[in-house]
Write a protein that binds this ligand. Structure first.
Ligand code: PLP
Length: 760
């Protein structure tokens, strides 16, 4: 981290901003990657950020997203990225280099190993886009042990409490997002920037601040340079590379950088470059006794901060101690001496849970799962949402308003015995909870309606949503029509194709459908896109999420609004059978109908909870979407949960006959119930789901959604193992009209496996 500090100090001495450049590792080709890095330096870059590609970069705009896709297609892993750094160092790269990326690939690489390998390769630090402050403290302390820097991101919307904590974390510089939104060279800078920078200076004790997002031309560079210590450019470099011919890209990067910053490091400028190599390669901080020139708070010894940090903007101007450096600006208690040699000890910031973060109104986590792994620019609207939800969930007026729409929703829903199915299976009595009879044909309307009521209370004027099977899209478009709100629905292009009927229904309701062409073109990509767009419209737009996924507080909000399913079931079973059911069964996409059905039974140990996932072509085929049964722990769409990922932490493409279950993540609360054993999860293949679809139609006269057909099959298998005096309830989450075309298409492939031939 010292090299980064020295670079900023030297730039300050030369009376110019530090030029920080970003490029995605291995974009556009692996062969040119090192030349490009060296080209950036030759063009005048003082610091290089090397993007570690990730399948789901939901804080990045289309330019960097497509660079990620290209790099992944070029098989760029963390190992490969580190190989590029190593080679660049061997070929003379002097500029400090930071890895910038998303948490999941880093987590999957293993933090200990990552640190060792980064030091060995010559990396100087990290920027992790989606690391929440509390996790960042751990990660930052961990980096500090190895002399690597952790650079926090701050957005115009960062609240005062978070600003203080994030500034406290900064050990070399702060990265300031200059405008609200995702990355992209738009050229519009936030007008509040000077004021934000002044506050950062105040809280960080004058740590340098570099400003990025949206800078693309020399004029932008100069205007940012007039107020910041550093200027970051990323998307425009990617665009420059995309336009250059093969073999010409390093030169193009160099020329662009020189044009922007008005200077170059090659060949003459090279000697002015601050050397960073020794620290990174040697792995030691190597700073004991080094004079710090620009007044950044320097902490060489272990500093344990027990209480909130009070930083009044005083700084030290070169003063330096080996121990906790407090000089009245940092209230640091409890200096720990572990081996007597202060200079070798890591600096430590210990933050009690919640301290410095915006207070949690209700738990953000379900055991180790959940949380808010979201870009900083989203954080304020997430806390606004949390506050709004906290108010309404305790407000009888809100619930009265919700209930006043029951006639519109078709609630209370029905619960009845499926007698022919029960007889056919020959085990426990099978009951159906008929969410398919709701207005719009699925459980999605429960949560969509409650969320739009919340949006209205928060004064929002437009709605953004995403959908997989289209049912959530239809439900959202419906409530938008009812409450006269502009509605934009993001949908993976593959889902648009599979669910053409629902797309048309959404349009009939006056909403716009935006097909998402990125990635796997399914729900996952639609979620990425809807979050990206939300970031750019947080003041006016409300994001109605379709399942119990995403960063806190979404999983709790959606589960709460779907709990109506389980509550009604409980009451109705007691009325009709004078006992609780022995088991409840629901299919799982993101988990909202399952959570809604299970939650009221969670404290009733006699009730078995069975979640049924999409087994696709089978768990051993890799073509499935069974996240809980076939996945591993990771971070996706802002929450820690089970995910389907490869061993590089890249999110896998999924497959299911049913679009609504075709998702690589799952609600974090279900992950917690899996680990606690409270709920059990099984995977049902496409063919078995089709058999469930067939049997419910033929025996009960009900065409279920293909999603719900998974639950039907899972419940049939379970009922067989139970006594006749026992009761199993299936959450029939939706009706199957939307799926009849898919079934017709799939019959030639799957029909023979289940003995179903409908040819005329
Ligand atoms: C009818 C139906 N059931 C179930 C699901 C799965 O979603 P979740 O797991 O959130 O209930 C969907 C998703 O689109 C759906 O349309």
């Amino acid at each position: 981290m010292e090299a980064i500090k020295r670079t900023f100090a030297q730039c300050k001495e030369e009376n110019r901003p530090a030029f920080v450049t970003f490029v995605t590792a291995g974009y556009p080709t692996v062969e040119e990657a090192v030349d490009i890095i060296l080209g950036l330096e030759a063009g005048g870059a003082d610091i290089i950020e090397l993007g570690v590609p990730f399948t789901d970069p939901f804080a990045d705009g289309p330019t960097i997203q497509s660079a990620n896709t290209v790099a992944l297609a070029n098989n760029v892993t963390i190992e490969a990225t580190l190989g590029m750094v190593k080679e660049a160092r061997n070929r003379g790269l002097k500029a400090p280099l930071l890895l910038m990326g998303y948490y999941n690939p880093l987590l999957s690489y293993g933090e200990e190993r990552l640190l060792d390998d980064c030091r060995e390769a010559g990396v100087n630090g990290f920027i992790v886009v989606d690391l929440p402050p509390h996790e960042a403290v751990k990660f930052r302390n961990f980096c500090a042990k190895g002399g690597l820097s952790y650079v926090p991101l701050i957005a115009p919307s960062t609240t005062e409490t978070r600003l203080k904590l994030l500034c406290k974390l900064a050990d070399s510089f702060v990265y300031v997002v200059s405008r609200m939104g995702v990355t992209g060279a738009t050229g519009t800078l936030s007008t509040g920037l000077p004021e934000l920078l002044a506050r950062i200076k105040q809280y960080s004790g004058d740590v340098p601040a570099a400003v990025g997002f949206g800078v693309s031309t020399r004029e932008h560079f100069l205007s940012v340079a007039s107020i910041a210590d550093g200027v970051v450019i990323g998307s425009q470099i990617i665009t420059t590379l995309s336009k250059a011919a093969p073999g010409e890209r390093a030169k193009a990067a160099e020329q662009y950088c020189t044009k922007i910053c008005g200077r170059g490091n090659s060949p003459k400028g090279q000697k002015n470059q601050v050397s960073s190599n020794s620290e990174a390669v040697n792995g030691a901080d190597g700073t004991n006794g080094a004079v710090q020139t620009n007044g950044a708070v320097q902490v060489d010894g272990p500093v344990q901060v027990d209480g909130p940090v009070h930083i009044n903007g005083t700084h030290t101007n070169g003063a330096h101690t080996n121990n906790a450096h407090t000089n009245g600006s940092v209230n640091a208690n409890g200096v720990e001496h572990t081996n007597g040699n202060h200079s070798k000890l890591p600096d430590q910031i210990v933050v009690e849970k919640g301290e410095g973060e915006d207070p949690e109104l209700f738990p953000a986590r379900f055991g180790e799962f959940g949380g808010s792994y979201a870009p900083e620019s989203l954080m304020r609207c997430l806390s606004e949402l949390e506050e709004g939800f906290e108010k309404v969930r305790n407000d009888p007026d809100f619930w009265a308003e919700f209930r006043s729409y029951y006639p519109y929703l078709g609630r209370p829903g029905h619960l009845h015995v499926a007698d022919r199915l029960t007889e056919h299976v020959g085990g426990a009595t099978i009951w159906l909870k008929r969410e398919d009879l709701n207005h719009t044909g699925s459980h999605k309307i429960n949560s969509a309606l409650a969320q739009i009521l919340l949006a209205r209370r928060l004064g929002k004027t437009e709605i953004i949503a995403q959908t997989g099977a289209g049912m959530h899209g239809v439900a959202t478009a419906t409530v938008c029509a009812k409450f006269n709100m502009k509605c934009t629905i993001f949908m993976g292009a593959e889902d648009v194709r599979r669910q053409a009927l629902n797309v048309f229904r959404i349009k009939l309701l006056g909403a716009e459908v935006v097909p998402v062409q990125a990635g796997s073109k399914t729900l996952r990509d639609a979620v990425n896109e809807s979050f990206r767009v939300w970031i750019t419209k947080v003041d006016t737009a409300f994001h109605i999420i379709g399942s119990a996924i995403g960063p806190h507080p979404f999983p709790t909000i959606v589960r709460t609004f779907q709990t109506i399913i389980g509550e009604e079931t409980k009451t109705q079973m007691l009325e009709q059978r004078n006992k609780l059911p022995d088991a409840v069964v629901a299919c799982i996409g993101g988990g909202s109908n399952a959570l809604g059905m299970f939650y009221p039974f969670i404290e009733e140990p006699s009730v078995r909870l069975l979640g049924v996932e999409a087994g696709g072509d089978g768990l051993d085929s890799n073509r499935h979407a069974a996240t809980l049964t076939g996945g591993s722990k990771g971070v996706l769409h802002g929450s820690r949960t089970y995910v389907l990922q490869d061993h590089h932490g890249q999110i896998q493409d999924t497959h299911s006959i049913s679009a609504g279950l075709d998702y690589a993540g799952v609600g974090p609360e279900l992950s917690a119930w899996k680990d606690s054993g409270r709920a059990k999860f099984v995977a049902v293949t496409d063919a078995q789901a089709l058999a469930g679809f067939k049997v419910l139609g033929e025996l009960e006269g009900i065409t279920p959604a293909l999603e719900s057909a998974h639950a039907v099959w899972g419940a049939m298998e379970l009922a067989k193992t139970m006594r006749k005096d026992q009761d199993v309830v299936i959450c029939l989450s939706g009706r199957g009209d939307k799926d009849v075309e898919s079934v017709a298409e799939e019959l030639p492939r799957l029909g023979p496996q289940i003995g179903w031939d409908l040819r005329f």
